[in-house]
Design a protein around this ligand. Structure first.
Ligand code: DTR
Ligand code: ZN
Ligand code: ZN
Length: 505
């Protein structure tokens, strides 16, 4: 199949949501198999990385995000949008144009997308609108997408057991403390108990925005609220007073199909693969050129440059869809692996947000104690790279906020780097990396302004060289890197507050 036909085919597939046979034929020309090529080295692959090529790709990606304008009134690459379909086509056709160096796999899966168009929460007789109120992601709308009224009813304990919901919850707006179980579980229990809406209030500092996760027919329209905003009403309710409330959410939760793309070298030992991934989608609010255009394009560029060389071990690139909806694509990919296929992945490296404008060199603090053995060796490879390039680095929690989550939960060593999201840069970090203390690492995180202008090209180039280094190192050899253990022996079932970008509990 010629690349243009492959491309057109891929577009139709994505648009129609058709389930494909997992392996598509790769395009036939030009032929760039690894026979007769020099074995890859870190120095050579790093030298092939140039900010100019990355920038050109970023400009193209922004054009693709603009294809969503007619439907979203702004550029976005959220799953289900034309901008995301075009992103998938771009990744697919770029790899297909590299000929028989890679085998490309398309993996279609069902996903849910939500959009909250409008919401309003009023508490107390005077119709007070608490400032911190937010609608949870993937919340259903209130009945008939209109306002509902009811007394606010304080739920017992943490509202994680049906018995916490007394009979007076029927027809009420359930008022539930955060903690112990997920927001989705609380919403479903409130729905089952007959509440017309639910408000989950924080048990710690700040506002509470999260996601209900996997939709359930029992979910009711659900808000998050800060502890400060909830306290006066908790006191009134404890004193036996009635608090009137009004809730309104206009939202949709839709089922769609979307696609992961996986490209694996035809050369190298297929029983021992180094795998790396980035997410192909953005949030609905913006074009996601740093999040995660930067990681996706770095993978494309490294995959392109790698074709100049041969490899000893197989290299597998993954572009995940639906990361922003809760790691949907990477969860699906790992869940579909047989035990035998799982065992072929020696490690997984996550590259999400590599070019944040107010960047820090962040390395996930993935220890072998809490994660599959080998995660720490990978962490140390990143640290060594920054040190040998006279760069500072910080260690950040490895807590489930990106696509590595499913891999480490299924026994595959993992790790990664990032340049920073909505965290605030400290004074010490400003001394280490430059930039502005007191501001987010990426002030355009999940916003419309995450455009090409939001990229720090120097940080992106260095981090892309680090990606090249990680690929070349393991493509050459796994000497000294721990053997894979079985899935069972390496599963660390620690509960996490995060599953992707959103809080789940
Ligand atoms: N999952 C990302 C944001 C992200 C990834 N790693 C970290 C670490 C710390 C904060 C945020 C993140 C996203 O796609 O939004
Ligand atoms: Zn994000
Ligand atoms: Zn991301």
């Amino acid at each position: 199949m010629r690349p243009s036909l492959v491309l057109a085919f891929a577009s139709q597939v994505v648009a129609a949501g058709i389930q494909l046979p997992l392996v598509l034929p790769s395009a036939s020309s030009p032929a760039v198999s690894s026979v007769g090529k020099p074995i890859v080295t870190s120095d050579a692959l790093q030298a092939d990385i140039d900010a100019k090529n990355l920038l050109e790709r970023a400009n193209h990606l922004y054009e693709l995000a603009k294809l969503s304008n007619p439907d979203y009134s702004h550029p976005t690459r959220v799953i289900g949008s034309k901008g995301h379909v075009a992103t998938i086509d771009y990744i697919y056709s770029t790899i297909a144009s590299l000929g028989d160096y890679y085998t490309i796999t398309n993996q279609t899966f069902n996903a849910v997308v939500g959009n909250v168009f409008e919401f309003r929460l009023e508490l107390g007789g005077g119709g007070n609108v608490p400032k911190s109120a937010s609608a949870m992601s993937l919340t259903p709308p209130t009945k008939n997408k209109g306002p509902v009224f009811g007394p606010l009813v304080l739920v017992d304990n943490d509202g994680c057991d049906q018995t916490d919901y007394a009979s007076n919850v029927v027809g009420s707006i359930a008022f539930i403390r955060r903690g112990t179980c997920t927001f989705g579980q609380k919403s479903a229990l409130a729905g089952k108990a007959g509440a017309v809406a639910a408000v989950i209030y924080n048990n710690g500092q700040g506002s509470l925005s999260g996601t209900l996760g996997e939709p359930s027919p029992d979910h009711v329209a659900t808000f998050g609220l800060s502890r400060e905003d909830s306290e006066p009403y908790i006191e009134e309710l404890r004193a036996g007073k009635t608090v009137a409330a009004k809730a309104y959410i206009d939202s949709i939760v839709e089922n769609i199909k979307t696609v992961n793309i996986v490209a694996q070298t035809n050369g190298g030992d297929a029983e021992n693969c180094v795998m790396l991934g980035a997410h192909s989608d953005s949030v609905a609010e913006g074009p996601g050129i740093n999040d995660d255009g930067s990681g996706s394009l770095t993978l494309l560029e490294v995959a392109t440059q790698l074709t100049k060389y041969s490899v000893n071990n197989c290299v597998r690139f993954g572009w995940w869809a639906g990361e922003e909806e809760g790691l949907l694509g990477s969860d699906y990919y790992v869940a579909m692996l047989s035990t035998e296929e799982n065992g072929k992945i020696r490690l997984f490296m996550d590259y999400d947000m590599l070019a944040s404008p107010n960047y820090a060199n962040q390395v996930y603090d993935a220890t072998n104690e809490a994660n599959p053995t080998g995660s720490q060796e990978l962490r140390d490879l990143y640290i060594d790279f920054y040190q040998s390039n006279d760069q500072n680095y910080t260690l950040i929690p490895f807590d489930g906020r990106s696509d590595y989550d499913a891999f480490i939960k299924h026994g595959i060593p993992g790790g990664g780097i990032a340049a920073g999201a909505e965290g605030v840069k400290t004074k010490e970090e400003a001394e280490m990396f430059g930039g502005k203390a007191g501001e987010w690492f990426d002030p355009c995180y999940h916003q419309l302004c995450d455009t090409v202008d939001n990229l720090n090209l120097a940080a992106w180039e260095l981090n892309s060289k680090l990606v090249a280094h990680s690929v070349a190192t393991f493509a050459r050899s796994f000497d000294g890197f721990p053997e894979r253990c079985t899935v069972e022996s390496e599963s660390h079932g620690v509960a996490s507050y995060w599953h992707g970008p959103k809080l789940v509990m």
